[in-house]
Design a binder for this molecule. Structure first.
Ligand SMILES: Cc1cc2nc3c(=O)[nH]c(=O)nc-3n(C[C@H](O)[C@H](O)[C@H](O)COP(=O)(O)O)c2cc1C
Ligand SMILES: [Mn+2]
Length: 501
């Protein structure tokens, strides 16, 4: 099934699939919604459409991305790996051989052509146009998420800017703290493209903020693309339909035609104010820090616009699945530059930048170290604090299996790398903001050239006996606890339960 065309189609799909609950009761966007959503997300519950948020006539949609199933529905796939397969197909494109190959090649080229955004003359996002004194952020049910937050924050925006030199568009998701009816802070962290556009602009930079997009386009705002690639191109490619754009009303930018709401305005270079604190996805409040001020010149919207929101906080929260989508979608691109990588995992509990587990096909001495340093040099992965490298056969998504190899294969004296480099803007642990230590753990099997004695053989049962037991399992009359006699998974699950008791 194709990904939903806009937020309305997405809500219909969620409804049809039993993935949406409409909450009729009046609820307060001030803290109350956070507590409801926190409980819902942590129990794997549905998307929520709050139809009567206190103080606003616009419904609030939240937890649209909160489970793997919904994330797959958003992309129109059965597994997130299917999304990366599509990308890999294009990245690995070879000159076609023969007619069938050529036709297939054309299809792939069409998918690239589809990715170019298309300008249209009218968009639902501009049914209502509010300018001057009519501009009022108080119309929207903006959430104050955590008790220590000083104000409401817009949390699920697609912030659109242009590079003043190249003209290339950038779309990013950056929280926006409400200052008053017509201004917010713009939380452009130091490593982000949006901030680079702002720094490269003299005077005022035009900014547009799209709220309430189809899920793939909304996701694309959070995708860590290289600066010269427009996130709306990724959205178009993943949707198989170009993102449709209309001219903004008061700034020189194009905005999504299908958005529920668009905020237009400018940010003056050097006009900063104290943003935060904010209960962040690190699980801590990030402290107050100066950030640029966004001054609105217009709000455009659909007549009965739906406001989208998300809560971040101590993991697991809804953003876990946005991060997992990025992890899967970017695997083929990472493999293009570091081809020995088999798979990787960014544990949600590691807030994505604190830990990377990566498996490699090791062919030469020192290769695990090569891969650590490659990761510390690769896009936003460069901010990773710890990298654990395991061999190709290890399942990086099974943390107990990874832990086993970290324990079994590591001589801390030989296999631990301490390096230095840039760290995430929000990381409170290092002595100084932005820079600090890096930890690499080489948990691969070692070669003689790496200073190892003869490496022992791992224990495995022979295929012959495994097949025999598979065949005879029912005969033994052993009740399968948590499985069908697929002993591996069963025993691990059992252990997990045992340890929790
Ligand atoms: C829910 C959510 C909130 C985010 N908030 C911020 C933020 O406030 N500031 C920021 O710099 N990045 C934030 N990010 C991460 C950026 O969206 C992400 O790094 C994106 O790649 C930035 O785009 P850019 O590289 O084009 O600037 C957030 C991500 C998510 C999923
Ligand atoms: Mn970007």
């Amino acid at each position: 099934m194709a990904p939903p065309a806009d937020l309305r189609a997405w809500i219909r799909l969620l409804d049809d699939e039993g993935e949406l609950v409409r909450v009729d009761a009046e609820v307060d966007p001030d803290l109350e919604i956070t507590e409801i959503v926190d409980r819902t997300v942590k129990s794997g519950g549905p998307a929520l459409l709050f139809e009567n948020p206190r103080g606003s006539s616009h419904p609030l949609l939240i937890n649209q991305f909160g489970t793997e199933r919904r994330m797959c529905m958003a992309f129109g796939v059965d597994r997130l790996d299917d999304v990366s397969a599509k990308l890999e197909d294009v990245l690995e494109m070879q000159p076609p051989q023969g007619l069938v190959d050529k036709v297939r090649g054309l299809k792939k080229l069409k998918s690239i052509a589809d990715s170019l955004p298309k300008t249209v003359s009218r968009g639902a996002s501009q049914e209502l146009v509010l300018t001057g004194d009519e501009v009022d952020l108080g119309l929207l049910p903006i959430q104050r998420c955590w008790p220590g937050d000083p104000a409401p924050f817009i949390t699920l925006p697609a912030v659109i800017t242009r590079d003043p030199h190249t003209g290339v568009r950038n779309v990013g998701m950056y929280r926006m703290q409400k200052i008053d009816a017509r201004s917010t802070y713009m939380h452009w962290q130091i490593h982000k493209d949006g901030r680079a556009d702002y720094l490269a602009t003299d005077g005022k930079i035009p900014v547009a903020v799209a709220l309430g997009l189809d899920p793939v386009t909304a996701y694309s705002a959070s995708a860590p693309l290289p600066k010269h690639i427009d996130e709306f191109m990724l959205a178009g490619f993943l949707k198989g339909e170009p993102v449709e754009l209309v001219r903004a009303k008061t700034v020189d930018l194009d905005v999504p035609a299908n958005a529920e709401i668009v905020l237009e305005g400018t940010i003056e270079k050097g006009e900063l104010g104290p943003e935060g604190p904010f209960g962040d996805h690190t699980g801590y409040y990030t402290p107050q820090e100066p950030f640029p001020i966004f001054r609105l010149s217009a709000i455009t919207m659909r007549r009965d616009a739906i406001y989208p929101s998300i809560v971040v906080g101590k993991p697991v929260q809804e953003d876990a699945w946005l991060g997992k989508a990025t992890e899967r979608i970017f695997l083929p691109a990472i493999r293009m530059t570091v081809p020995e990588i088999v798979d990787y995992d960014l544990p949600v509990a590691g807030a994505f930048h604190n830990c990377v587990i990566v498996s490699i096909r090791k062919a030469f001495p020192g290769q695990a170290h090569k891969v650590m340093h490659a990761i510390w040099g690769l896009g936003m992965l460069s901010l990773s604090k710890a990298v654990v490298v395991v061999d190709a056969h290890v399942n990086v998504h099974d943390y107990e299996e990874v832990f086993f190899y970290v324990g079994a294969n590591v001589d801390p004296k030989r296999d631990v790398v301490i390096a230095e480099g840039p760290l995430d803007h929000l990381d409170h642990a290092p002595e100084q903001q932005f820079v600090g230590g890096k930890l690499g753990i080489d948990a691969t099997g070692k070669l003689p050239e790496e200073g190892a004695r003869e490496w022992p053989e791992e224990i495995t049962m022979s295929d012959e006996i495994r097949e025999l037991v598979d065949r005879r399992w029912a005969e033994y009359g052993i009740p399968a606890h948590g499985g069908d006699g697929s002993v591996q998974n069963g025993s691990r699950r059992g252990l997990r339960q045992l340890l929790r008791r």
